[in-house]
Design a protein around this ligand. Structure first.
Ligand SMILES: CC(C)(COP(=O)(O)OP(=O)(O)OC[C@H]1O[C@@H](n2cnc3c(N)ncnc32)[C@H](O)[C@@H]1OP(=O)(O)O)[C@@H](O)C(=O)NCCC(=O)NCCS
Length: 315
């Protein structure tokens, strides 16, 4: 059975709509309750409860919870995670998701004695025990990664302009913010459309709910052409460029998954090597590339941002 991913988990919770929630009582014993439940676009579970209820007292004291969604149709989603009572914009996002699923609870959410409980999942397992099937699989809870679509150009531009203002931008990107921010819409429309389809360039993005949190682009450089530094390309190769992960996702392993997408794309096109250029002083990026299997090729060169080294990963 293929692994369920976060998008599929969201769809499952939204269609099944009911769950058993287990919290930890004051003496450490489990306490369970059956209740309506839904999911936000980021894959958090949301339910409402009386502020004076046992479950709310329990999660205030110990946020660890276990939840089982579904069951009646022979499929289940077992989950574990951490609960909190969000406020501000986080509560608004949870309230939107909850009222989308259960508009009939609009009056109760306005009651000050009712609170929203959000559960951030650390583990989930989907089980299918319908006649003829008997299987279970851990769910992939990582931020979903996909290739860009042509109509993504506004979001692609926004993430690119954010990246170009990063404190590492001066040793990370050949393009400058000053230049990129004055490019016309057609520039980003064309760039995003080219990266969305075909075998010349592909941009992969990580989208957390509706927030873009990372991007990596892979381009094919054909023998006989000039690369983006103006150097002649001797052997056709696939090269990684435009690597960026937002601050809140750094150190999360997202960069490994993004780089893996580019490796798979290049492999599928028949390439046996993935290359990239990285500034000699960009130690963090070099560390991430090493962990992903890149090694220095021994080639060094000077680009418009200074000394760079080439790194290569065998596919
Ligand atoms: C480069 C980038 C995508 C890496 O993603 P990340 O999530 O930050 O990377 P990670 O934290 O998972 O990995 C960095 C590695 O370098 C190490 N590292 C971090 N800071 C370091 C430093 N100052 N010196 C040396 N090593 C460092 C980390 O320990 C880790 O290695 P480890 O897994 O062996 O411990 C991200 O930092 C980013 O977007 N930076 C700004 C843009 C950029 O530089 N892009 C690359 C252009 S080539």
């Amino acid at each position: 059975m293929r692994r369920m991913d976060r998008e599929e988990l969201i769809a499952y919770v939204r269609s099944h709509r009911e769950a058993v929630l287990s919290t930890i009582g004051p003496d450490g014993s489990p306490q369970a309750a059956y209740l309506p439940i839904t999911a936000t676009d980021r894959g958090e579970l949301v339910l409402d409860a009386r502020a004076s209820s046992r479950k709310v007292a329990n999660v205030r004291r110990d946020p660890r919870v276990a939840v089982v969604v579904g069951g009646a149709d022979g499929t289940t989603l077992q989950c574990e995670g951490t609960a909190d009572l969000p406020d501000g914009a986080d509560r608004d996002a949870c309230a939107r998701a909850y009222l989308d699923a259960f508009p009939q609870f609009t009056p109760s959410l306005a009651d000050p004695d009712i609170v929203l409980v959000r559960i951030r999942l650390t583990w989930a397992r989907y089980g299918d025990y319908r006649p003829g099937a008997s299987s279970s699989q851990d769910v992939d809870l990582g931020v979903p990664i996909r290739r860009v679509r042509p109509d993504d150009w506004r979001a692609a531009r926004a993430l690119r302009l954010e990246a170009l203002q990063d404190e590492a931008a001066g040793i990370a990107f050949l393009e400058t913010y000053e230049r990129a921010s004055t490019e016309p819409d057609a520039f980003y429309q064309g760039r995003t459309a080219r990266a969305s389809d075909g075998d010349d360039v592909a941009q992969f993005v990580a989208v957390d709910g509706s927030t873009w949190v990372g991007s990596v682009t892979v381009i094919v450089q054909r023998a006989g052409s000039l690369d983006y530094h103006g150097h002649p390309v001797e052997r056709s190769r696939a090269t990684v460029v435009g690597v960026y992960v937002r601050g809140e996702q750094r150190g999360s392993g997202l960069i490994d998954r993004l780089l893996e997408e580019t490796a798979q794309w290049a492999r599928d096109l028949g390439f046996d090597e993935l290359t990239l250029g990285v500034h000699a002083e960009n130690a963090r990026a070099q560390g991430a590339y090493r962990r992903a299997g890149f090694v220095p090729s021994g080639v060094t060169f000077a680009s418009s941002i200074g000394p760079e080294l080439e790194m290569v990963r065998r596919l």
